[in-house]
Design a protein. Structure first.
Length: 415
């Protein structure tokens, strides 16, 4: 029986159990709904008990009404919902909320990723600590049931385009963003603050995350053979031939493609060695965001005009080589920024990491680690992209470089 607010009748509780899905939360000791229908059945009474159990709602206050609960599909796993509530008494808690479920019962493929939310819930509970070093959506409730993989996360909703917050930016579309380099500096500053604080022992010890970098992934697949990788590079060459304006000159050059065709097949046999290199020096391993693309962030300016950044969507959060977090932030940036700003961004990250309490790092080592991680991710996933693009694009592509056209916005590798 769900442990919900006492004002719910036994008959209503029985109906909730019959019609919906409830599981016991592992962290806060309260049953949690596994989908939006269950949350709707729990109603304001359940939200009152949940927010009180999480310590976000005082005992003399309550959720008295749900004004909106709109489910939608987004991201790669689970279902999401927009939730708006009313409280009995005025308080500083937000009314407009975001709900994330780990499960998608209507899509078995997406439901396979339900376990990704386990550490995201642990991280959300960690962010409630006073003085948390970076901005994240405020956690009103979070819990997870490892036995079923069912989890629930309720946070504040980010008001993009209002109250000083910039509009939401899509990844792989930096041409829509004013001063992209400044936005990536803000992203890396947030990552460095979190990682440096963690290395300095500034986060709650009871929420420690084990080091298991190979687990931080959206999926697994058998490695490609050398011949299969060479065919994928051939698709890249065909893409360059058919759509020369789509790729930057250094990627489209015959010399680069020839070298890639020769060297890419070496990567699968060295994956274990590459992972060992990323885990060898503990100074470069800390708690961080695995997928801090610009679409998982929001930006605003502080009173002095400096661009600041908050981060959301913490699936696959954990301890990782810092290069993995940097790759996650930069992998959808345009190639031109990698060509001109990559080294300066690494130096900026190293300085911010030390300022937050982390040890002194060598930017040259960090650079090698980023390229090492790219050598793992590229052959495993990203070389599939050229064949996909060939199937999507017409035989000919306009050669003019207008805003948003090929030749203007060219992500380094996607994500």
């Amino acid at each position: 029986m769900p442990r919900v607010a006492s004002d719910l009748t036994p008959g209503r509780i029985a109906k909730m159990r019959t019609l919906a899905k409830w599981v016991p939360g592992d962290h806060l000791g309260l049953d949690i709904p596994a989908d939006a229908e269950a949350l709707r059945d729990g109603g304001a009474g359940y939200l009152t008990e949940a927010f009180r159990r999480a310590g976000t709602l005082t005992e003399d206050n309550a959720v008295v009404a749900i004004d909106e609960l709109t489910e939608f599909r987004g991201g790669s796993t689970g279902r999401k919902a927009l939730l708006s509530v009313r409280y009995r008494q005025p308080c500083e808690l937000p009314r407009d909320l975001f709900v994330k479920f780990s499960r998608d019962f209507n899509d078995p493929g997406r439901d396979l990723g339900r376990g990704q939310m386990a550490d995201e819930v642990r991280f959300a509970l960690l962010t409630r600590a006073p003085g948390f070093p970076i901005d994240v959506p405020r956690c009103l409730f979070a819990d997870f049931h490892h036995g079923s993989g069912s989890g629930l996360l309720i946070t504040s909703r980010i008001g993009y385009g209002s109250n000083g917050i910039e509009p939401h930016y899509d990844k792989c579309a930096d041409h829509t963003m004013p001063d992209p380099a400044a936005h990536y500096r803000a992203l890396l500053r947030a990552l460095a603050r979190l990682a440096g604080t963690h290395m300095a022992g500034g986060l709650a010890a009871e929420m420690e995350f084990p080091v298991d970098m190979r687990r931080l992934s959206v999926g697994e697949r058998a490695p490609y053979t050398g011949e299969q990788l060479q065919r994928r590079v051939d698709h890249l060459a065909e893409l360059v031939s058919r759509h020369p304006a789509l790729l930057p000159a250094n990627v489209a050059s015959p010399q680069f493609i020839s070298r890639l065709r020769d060297e890419a097949p070496r990567c699968p046999d060295r994956v274990d060695e590459l992972w060992r290199e990323l885990g060898a020096d503990p100074r470069y391993v800390a708690l961080c965001h695995w997928n801090a693309n610009v679409d998982n962030a929001w930006f605003w300016r502080d009173p002095h005009g400096r661009l600041e950044c908050g981060l959301l969507d913490w699936g696959c959060v954990g301890q990782m080589n810092l290069a993995m977090a940097i790759w996650g932030a930069l992998c959808s940036a345009e190639t031109q920024m990698w060509n001109t700003d990559f080294d300066s961004l690494l130096g900026y990250f190293v300085a911010e990491f030390a300022a937050a309490g982390g040890p002194a790092l060598d930017p040259r080592v960090l650079r090698r680690h980023v390229l090492t991680y790219a050598a793992i991710m590229g052959p495993a996933w990203l070389l599939d992209v050229p064949a996909y693009l060939l199937s999507c694009f017409p035989n000919r592509w306009p050669t003019a470089s207008t805003p948003g056209s090929p030749g203007t916005s060219r992500p380094a590798a996607g994500c």
